[in-house]
Design a protein around this ligand. Structure first.
Ligand SMILES: Cc1cc2nc3c(=O)[nH]c(=O)nc-3n(C[C@H](O)[C@H](O)[C@H](O)COP(=O)(O)O)c2cc1C
Length: 233
């Protein structure tokens, strides 16, 4: 088994850990974003279980840890429309978008904070999806949340909303994708949660492979010219 290697950006403000595909299999890749400030915490434990299964199915995995430095919120300046990326490059947002755009599938993991996703991840995803959701369209995506006790459903729902507004097929599992625990040790005791993660990983691999196999046979749906009505009538 290939050992993961770690690439540090911005003096360690965020990290990327890659695991190459098994020998002789596809060059496809799934990016897993760890939104927790804790690099090796509960979210990471859940994501590792997903990544392990994706890798076992012959697909490369890459974990992008967003780090624990401040990530500014969207300034609503609209410059991204012309640039194709966020105007601010002093935090992980554009690097994360770049990695996600190159991947064949995306998993986003968040700890549950007050029944929602954590603030830094929300700031990152708002800017990343506002600037670049066209680059992410038609890539299968899955959400993972980690909580001590409650609020997983609303956090899970919020993450899925980034995908469903971006034409990203949502990858299912056998239950809603949450693990429970306050430490990696506790998460490892959540055997059902871990199984849900493995099922998510297998389903992601199956969808990524299916879409790749169908690429030349079934064209992507043609988009209509966008209509925007702002509830003014
Ligand atoms: C600011 C803050 C708010 C939290 N809010 C919740 C919550 O609403 N529900 C819950 O079950 N756990 C809550 N927790 C606990 C974390 O969600 C939980 O420990 C999670 O598994 C941590 O994941 P991590 O180790 O990847 O950061 C909160 C933790 C913090 C720091």
């Amino acid at each position: 088994m290939a050992e993961p290697h770690v690439i540090e950006y911005f003096n360690g403000s965020f990290t990327k850990t890659s695991r190459g595909a098994k020998k002789g299999v596809t060059a496809m890749k799934v990016l897993l974003i760890n939104g927790s400030p804790r690099k090796n915490g509960c979210t990471s434990t859940a994501l590792s279980e997903v990544a392990g299964e994706i890798w076992a199915q012959g697909i490369e995995t890459e974990v992008f840890h967003i780090g624990n430095r401040p990530i500014r919120g969207c300034q609503a300046c609209g410059r991204c429309r012309a640039l194709g990326h966020c105007v601010f490059s002093d935090d992980p947002v554009n690097a994360c978008l770049e990695q996600a755009a190159q991947a064949d599938g995306l998993i986003v993991g968040s700890p549950v904070y007050f029944a929602g996703i954590n603030g830094a991840l929300g700031a990152l995803l708002d800017r990343m999806f506002y600037a670049g959701n066209a680059l992410l369209a038609y890539k299968p995506a899955g959400a993972v949340v980690s909580c001590r006790r409650g609020g997983a459903g609303s956090a899970f729902d919020r993450l899925n909303k980034y995908f469903t507004i971006s034409n990203m097929p949502v990858v299912p599992s056998q239950y809603w994708n949450a693990v429970h625990g306050n430490s990696p040790e506790e998460v490892r005791q959540d055997l059902e949660g871990l199984q849900i993660m493995r099922t998510l990983g297998r389903n992601m691999a199956w969808l990524v492979k299916s879409l790749a196999a169908a690429k030349d046979i079934v064209p992507r749906p043609e988009a209509e010219v966008r209509v925007r009505t702002n509830f003014i009538r």
